[in-house]
Design a protein around this ligand. Structure first.
Ligand SMILES: Cc1ncc(COP(=O)(O)O)c(C=O)c1O
Length: 458
């Protein structure tokens, strides 16, 4: 593709209405436009030639001979269950070390890891667990399945994470656990949440299912709470089809978690029989064999995502109106599994984030735009009322308490009752940031092209 160097002056001249151009020029963004192609004046959404003719989609998960050999080895060993093989228990040690925690227990999913945590921490009928409505439903299912109430706090409009400043108001004598969710590789306000939890002597279970290897002040997510849970389900960044990990450093809690996923057997084999409550949530040797190989791959992928992610973020944030999504702590490591930027439409010719994203998508770069919400919120899902109406809930909670709870299910930010001007752009960068420098430059070019021509989208 032939490139045309656009000086700041020629760029301003070329911008038809000059609206976006003027704003961008004053912000000194000329470097961003230096590599724009000759045909950069006609957006693909309006019939122009896209920046990329080939989309970023490549098959996921990625595997090669290493995973195939590991799977065959497990198959031929005839030790398909972890009670006879080594892969599950070996990976537990590898992962605990990599995550900087004393212990790791593998399970057959992130959901079962969360549910084992709640069981072991004694959550049961009549209890309350404070969490966020802005999450995947599994976070809530594990609470309601214990016949406990998920007590939601509204979200921070800047991040979509649970607003830690609202937690203290939600604490009651029934609060057993606080369960923050680290969405899409971005940490929740975990340090503040830990201070509040410690002050009130409440345990924290971190749902870090989407955020493996994200960090705050050098500490990996999932290692702040009494337990932290990771998912290896196929669409995450470290995968084994299905699978999960419980992380923790409290010896007794972790012993009970290991027992819980293995029908109550003592992992230390010091107590005979089935001394602990439990069920069967074991990971198979096949999953662990794949996971072990995927983890080696993940370490390289993660390093590449970091490099490409930081590069793209720095470049794109030269565009007035695009800023990095707020981090709660200065020293925060996001994972670039999902890449998100704050979007200020006032500085982008009043074009909505969704329209901007549509134009970037037409250029061949997979981006979506809109408010910072994960659907309409778990508090609005039908499963909740089904639970509240069930015999188990009616036995565990008084009618007055359930009625009060129903009335409490309104959250101004999450429900968009006071429509927020906070919008974001979001990209499934798990794959897109595994490309070459040319690929990442294409991403930058697509954004630059749309910004340069933004007045044509109005
Ligand atoms: C926030 C969150 N919590 C829990 C889970 C459940 O993990 P799994 O699918 O491994 O059971 C997921 C999976 O998507 C998730 O995104």
């Amino acid at each position: 593709m032939k490139r045309l160097f656009l000086t700041r002056r020629s760029f301003v001249k070329r911008s038809s209405a000059g609206l976006a151009g003027a704003a961008l020029a004053t912000a000194g963004t000329s470097s961003l436009y230096a590599n724009l192609a000759r045909n950069a004046d006609k957006l693909a959404i309006l019939g122009g030639t896209p920046v990329r003719s080939k989309s970023f989609s490549q098959p996921w998960p990625i595997f090669d001979d290493n995973e195939e050999k590991a799977l065959l080895k497990a198959l031929r060993s005839r030790n398909w269950c972890c009670l006879r093989g080594d892969a599950v228990y070996d990976f537990q040690k590898t992962f605990a070390k990599a995550m900087g925690t004393r212990e790791c227990v593998l399970s057959n999913g992130g959901t079962t890891a969360l549910s084992a945590s709640l069981h072991v921490l004694g959550v049961g009928p009549g209890d309350e667990v404070i969490t966020t409505p802005n999450t995947f439903i599994a976070t809530i299912n594990v609470i309601t399945n214990m016949h406990a109430l998920p007590v939601f706090v509204d979200i921070d409009p800047d991040t979509g994470s649970m607003n830690a400043d609202l937690i203290e108001d939600a604490i009651t004598e029934h609060t057993k656990v606080i369960m923050p969710v680290h969405l899409a590789g971005f940490p929740a306000d975990i340090e503040k949440i830990m201070v509040i939890a410690n002050k009130h002597n409440i345990t924290v279970v971190e749902d870090a299912c989407q955020s493996v290897f994200a960090e705050v002040n050098g500490k990996k997510l999932g290692t702040f709470g009494t337990t932290g849970c990771i998912s290896f389900q196929e669409w995450k960044s470290l995968v084994s089809g299905e699978g999960g990990a419980l992380l923790g450093s409290d010896e007794d809690v972790m012993r009970r978690c290991a027992a819980f996923v293995n029908n109550g057997r003592d992992p230390k084999r010091q107590k005979r029989g089935y001394p602990y409550p439990g069920s069967n949530h074991r990971m198979t040797e096949f999953q662990a064999a794949v996971l072990t190989e995927q983890f080696k791959r993940f370490l390289k992928q993660d390093a590449l995502r970091q490099e490409n992610g930081k590069y793209v973020e720095k470049k794109l944030c030269e565009i007035p109106g695009l800023t990095p999504r707020k981090r709660y702590a200065v020293n925060t490591r996001i994972t670039y599994v999902e890449f998100e930027l704050d979007y200020d439409r006032e500085r982008l010719a009043n074009v909505s984030a969704s329209k901007f994203a549509e134009a970037v998508r037409a250029e061949g770069v997979p981006v979506s735009g809109g408010p910072r919400r994960y659907g309409r919120g778990c508090h609005r899902e039908g499963m909740l009322e089904e639970h509240l109406n069930s015999g188990a809930f009616r036995a565990a909670f008084s009618k007055a308490r359930l009625d009060k709870y129903r009335k409490s299910l309104r959250f101004p930010v999450m429900d968009d009752e006071t429509p927020s001007d906070k919008e974001m752009l979001s990209m499934d960068s798990k794959i897109a940031f595994l490309g070459s420098r040319k690929d990442t430059d294409d991403i930058v070019e697509a954004f630059a092209k749309v910004t340069k021509n933004i007045d044509k989208l109005t």
